[in-house]
Design a protein around this ligand. Structure first.
Ligand SMILES: Cc1cc2nc3c(=O)[nH]c(=O)nc-3n(C[C@H](O)[C@H](O)[C@H](O)COP(=O)(O)OP(=O)(O)OC[C@H]3O[C@@H](n4cnc5c(N)ncnc54)[C@H](O)[C@@H]3O)c2cc1C
Ligand code: SF4
Length: 465
């Protein structure tokens, strides 16, 4: 393969060093590398890369601006489609989206679209970004946004730009959703998330933290008593699933959500300087094969675990985690126990001492199209661990659905909303992101927030007439 057919490598911290710190793993392109990578883009007229992007970023346009050294224009172009490019440039599954459709991918490696997006966003942040507050009428209509994750933040930003008086209600003590409490610092520095949020505040968005809708206020109170004329629900999928196997109530069993929230948002890694404790253990098993599992296994290593295992019942081919995250986890020393299904968490004196598992083999494809794991008789064994972290998926928290009459949900408890507008079964109430789709991706949540903001604008304009 000729060198130009390969993406320029991303500089990274040495795996041995980074496995012991929380600093960002990837360091970002420098100017020369970014320019050289931008030169690889062919500026195809049909831009197939755009079709793979859920918010249709004008990819050839922003790359052209990088080539021309017009960084202000590059970020302007990016931000007109995507309000969180520094976040998406780091965590979007580009290999499954824009980059998968890049024409260069047919013969070699796609253009490093995500890396260039990150470069432009970081350049803008480091060189000072100006945010101009939009004009807002004194009697601007009020919109409530519930949840300060990517869906809520995007909806709020777009609505504020359209002149609405927007308040975000966030249950936790810091806004950002999974970007703050789930994705670890070494993949997404929190300062970047907070900078994006401070830009949102400059647009006039008010953020009320520690405000749990369904408790602090119900949605009906927001609409009938607090003067809000429309509501966007972006409450995510924060309720962890468990395997329902014996021993899950032992001390030393965490959901990945709790483990990562304690570490990321509540600074447990600074215990006793920070009040939140975390038991890391010597040997940690993380059950699951997605990004959440990789994040938990890599976090455990950084917190001092001697062994950190991924226990996954299928093979590596079926793993839903991003390739880059699997690669980074392996480089750092996470050990993969594939085709391995947990049967029971075993313990002594109410603390975890092991994870009893069974070996699996792959059978015929199931409803998901992936080959079904089948137990191998007599292959039981016990993995010697003292902490078990469950990372097998999350569902919707039922609080809002149970306190809002007439809000239709599906059998999994997700809110039913129109794909194009976010309109729910209740007029004036819109929803989007993981609360509607189930656990998905940052960019899909942002896309849903964007569509809902446009639909809320239309709804409120019609209401005014
Ligand atoms: C550990 C982890 C790693 C991930 N890695 C990636 C990745 O690499 N790439 C990627 O694209 N996606 C990743 N994802 C998925 C991605 O983060 C989510 O799809 C995305 O954050 C969903 O956005 P959202 O706005 O719908 O919900 P969230 O980000 O979950 O935000 C919802 C917010 O609503 C708040 N809330 C909930 N209930 C209430 C209430 N009643 N009142 C007020 N506020 C409330 C929550 O506290 C939260 O802040 C990851 C997820 C996790 C958990
Ligand atoms: S498909 Fe690839 S080469 Fe073509 S415009 Fe998009 S990024 Fe550039």
């Amino acid at each position: 393969m000729s060198p130009v057919m390969k993406k320029h490598a991303m500089p990274e911290q040495d795996p041995k060093v980074r496995a012991k710190n929380f600093n960002e793993v990837t360091l970002g392109y420098g100017e020369d590398t970014a320019l050289a990578e931008a030169q690889r883009c062919l500026h195809c007229k049909t831009a197939p890369c755009r079709q793979g992007c859920p918010v249709e970023v004008n990819i050839p346009e922003f790359i052209q601006h990088i080539k021309d050294g017009q960084m202000d224009e590059a970020i302007k172009s990016l931000k007109s489609y995507n309000s969180l490019p520094a976040v998406c440039g780091r965590v979007c599954p580009q290999e499954e989206q824009c980059e998968k459709h890049c024409v260069l991918a047919k013969k070699g490696e796609s253009v490093g679209i995500g890396r260039l997006e990150r470069y432009a966003a970081d350049y803008a942040r480091e060189h000072g970004e100006t945010v101009t507050a939009p004009q807002r009428a004194a009697n601007a209509q009020k919109v409530a946004v519930i949840g300060a994750g990517p869906a809520g933040l995007t909806a709020a930003g777009d609505l504020a730009k359209l002149g609405y008086a927007v308040t975000i209600f966030e249950a936790l003590h810091a806004p950002g959703g999974v970007l703050m409490y789930g994705i670890p610092e070494f993949r997404l520095p929190k300062a970047i998330v907070q900078q994006e949020i401070s830009n949102l505040k400059k647009l006039g968005v008010v953020i009320e933290v520690n405000a749990i809708i369904g408790r602090t206020y119900t949605i009906d109170e927001l609409l009938d008593e607090e003067g809000f004329e429309a509501v966007f629900i972006g409450t995510g999928a924060g309720l962890p699933h468990f395997l329902q196997i014996p021993g899950e109530n032992l001390n030393g069993v965490y959901s990945a959500n709790e483990f990562l929230t304690r570490c990321n948002l509540m600074k447990a890694y600074q215990f006793p300087k920070a009040a939140t404790p975390i038991k890391v253990g010597h040997k940690v098993a993380v059950v699951g094969g997605g990004n959440v599992a990789m994040d938990a296994a890599r976090t455990a290593l950084r917190l001092g675990a001697e062994e950190s295992y991924i226990v996954y019942r299928r093979s590596e081919t079926e793993m839903p985690a991003r390739l880059e995250e699997v690669h980074h986890a392996k480089e750092e020393g996470v050990q993969f126990r594939l085709l391995t299904n947990p049967l029971e968490v075993v313990g002594k004196d109410s603390w975890v001492t092991g994870l009893r598992c069974m070996k699996m083999e792959l059978g015929e494809p199931d409803a998901s199209g992936r080959r079904r794991p089948v137990e191998i008789a007599g292959s039981e064994f016990t993995l010697d661990v003292d902490v078990v972290i469950m990372a097998i998926g999350q569902g919707p928290n039922p609080l809002i659905q149970s306190t809002t009459k007439g809000l239709d949900t599906n059998k999994r408890g997700n809110i039913i909303a129109d794909e194009e507008t976010g309109q729910t079964s209740r007029p004036g109430i819109f929803a989007g992101g993981d609360i509607v789709t189930g656990a998905a991706t940052v960019i899909l949540a942002m896309g849903a927030g964007k569509k809902s903001a446009a639909a809320i604008d239309k709804y409120l304009q019609e209401k005014r007439q």
